[in-house]
Design a protein around this ligand. Structure first.
Ligand SMILES: Nc1ncnc2c1ncn2[C@@H]1O[C@H](COP(=O)(O)OP(=O)(O)OP(=O)(O)O)[C@@H](O)[C@H]1O
Ligand SMILES: [Mg+2]
Length: 341
């Protein structure tokens, strides 16, 4: 059952809220229909969610308010028991775990950053960051030494003895991030961690997250409402609607092939040149293409200036240096303004 390349696997996961939910689930496998739920006054926060999250992947969950994003992540962290279905962490089914094993996983393997920071007001920056190690029973000197390293890592040096109320929102969230990393978790959950921050600080925190991820290489599950944030950080994005996952794809895949009108509407505002790669918009190999070639995997936005400044189309090459097509101004302009594929 263990598949190390997919640390998280959800299989036909349901979470139904309301009286008699468990009994209903027992008699309505593989899942109740919407009429049955409505007639009993039950709410399905998750409906038949099946997905795999890869090792080292940054997996973003998006969807309107109430679509089930936090419920999904709370199930993955063992905070909320699913009503039906399986949730496997490194091949271990959460449902079959003893309470002790679940505590162990939550202390060592996974960690979470909350939207509202959730810092302990009576502890200093250092005390807050070291807290998960205190819970593990690690001695004060060792945990504070490790906390001091994380203070450096998240750029809070000099503020170790401040209390949360003496920090800005961005600084508080840096404490939350450092605290979530102190146990060196393999899987890192973040539920709208930057939504309380103003746009500039938010951008800075996204850079910080990407910088940390580049060195730490965790499996990251990140909830956001913000497409700009999602396309900056995501390897893949899951779009949720009414408790269902309607599509899981790369940002480019969502834009090029939305599964339905809802995803199409959801992704309409994404700037296409920031998600489409040259391979999706190139023209045929052309004798007239000259100059330094562009890579087929580059984002159109990253090569746009060069193409627009050139007198002729540029050749496009694959990873092996073979010419696979050409890129002209019209394709770039069409991508920026959303008028071609
Ligand atoms: N403990 C609970 N009891 C009853 N219903 C709940 C409970 N928790 C969540 N819900 C309902 O489940 C649905 C999904 O909630 P969830 O918090 O997962 O949404 P979300 O996508 O995270 O929304 P938001 O973007 O606002 O955070 C909502 O309709 C919510 O009201
Ligand atoms: Mg939520």
């Amino acid at each position: 059952m263990t598949d190390p390349t997919f640390p998280i696997r959800c299989r036909n996961l349901w979470k139904i809220y309301g009286p008699g939910a468990a009994a209903l689930a027992a008699t309505h496998a593989p899942g109740p229909d919407p009429e049955t739920l409505a007639s009993r006054g039950l709410l399905a926060a998750l409906r038949d969610v099946t997905l795999d999250i890869g090792k080292g992947e940054v997996f973003v969950i998006m969807g309107l308010s109430g679509s089930g994003k936090s419920t999904l992540v709370r199930c993955m962290t063992g905070l909320v028991p699913p009503t039906m279905g399986d949730l496997l962490i490194d091949g271990e089914n959460l449902r079959d775990m003893s309470p002790d094993r679940l505590i162990e996983i939550r202390r060592h393997k996974i960690s979470m950053v909350f939207q509202d920071f959730a810092l302990l007001p009576h502890l200093t920056v250092l005390g807050n960051i070291a807290f998960p190690l205190k819970v593990q029973g690690i001695d004060r000197e060792s945990r504070e030494r490790r906390a001091a390293e994380l203070v450096e890592l998240v750029g809070l040096a000099g503020r170790e003895s401040h209390f949360p109320h003496e920090l800005s929102g961005g600084q508080q969230q840096r404490v939350g991030i450092a605290r979530s990393l102190i146990t060196n978790p393999e899987i890192w959950f973040l539920d709208e961690p930057f939504s309380a921050l103003d746009p500039l600080i938010r951008h800075e925190m996204q850079d910080e997250l990407m910088r940390l991820q580049a060195t730490l290489n965790k499996t990251v599950v990140f909830i956001t409402h913000d497409f700009d944030e999602a396309i900056r950080i995501a390897d893949r994005i899951a779009i949720m609607r009414g408790g269902r996952v309607v599509q899981v794809d790369t940002p480019e895949g969502l834009v090029l092939a939305p599964a339905d009108d809802y995803v199409a509407a959801f992704t309409r505002k994404i700037p296409r040149h920031r998600v489409l790669r040259v391979a999706s918009v190139l023209g045929p190999v052309s004798a007239g293409a000259t100059g330094d070639p562009v890579r087929n995997t580059a984002l159109v936005g990253d090569v746009a200036a060069r193409v627009l400044a050139a007198d002729a189309p540029l050749p496009v090459v694959d990873g092996g240096g073979t010419i696979v097509g050409s890129l002209d101004r019209q394709s770039v302009i069409g991508t920026v303004f959303g008028v071609n594929a």
